[in-house]
Design a protein around this ligand. Sequence first.
Ligand code: HEC
Length: 159
Amino acid sequence: MSAKTSRSIIGWPVYLVLVFVLIFSVLAAIEFFNYTPTDTEHVPEATLTADSYLDKVTPLLADASAERGAELVVQYGCTACHREGAVNGIAPSFTGIGERVGTRRPPLAPEAYIYESINFPLAYVVEGFTPAMPLDFSSRIPAAEQGDIIAFLLSPDAH
Ligand code: HEC
């Protein structure tokens, strides 16, 4: 057997391993870039309770800033629909939202309902409106900023 032949026989398993390493790396990279800081699944209708989402929302509200939330709703463009657009019925106004949200989707708590609205806009659509909420807020708005936004919407200053 010449040196050349034996080298190519040894070569195959090495190439195979390299191909597997490459495939694994690509899958790991896809997994990494698809990572979202918040949930990927909403709680199914039939299993909603008064505690749903509270494990996620309560810690976010612990050190949330409503003042910062007031800036964030402008920064993320929420107000284009919920302030300017609300005049033309594009979206429900943020004014008085804190009083409404507790009864929108029983048994969900007010903060849980807002959390669900931001992260899973299609889980529930307010009657009389077209579902127009952007679907990517869950991955675009970091958890802490969601806390700020929810604190603002629950505050009497929400508008
Ligand atoms: C392109 C328009 C649009 C943008 C931008 C938008 N929303 Fe909405 N949103 C809607 C519409 C329309 C509804 C009502 C229909 C529904 O429930 O999906 C809604 C519903 C809601 C509700 C439930 C309100 C209620 O009275 O029950 C909340 C809370 C909410 N949005 C928060 C936000 C936040 C926070 C942002 C920004 C991070 C945002 N929305 C950005 C259109 C928008």
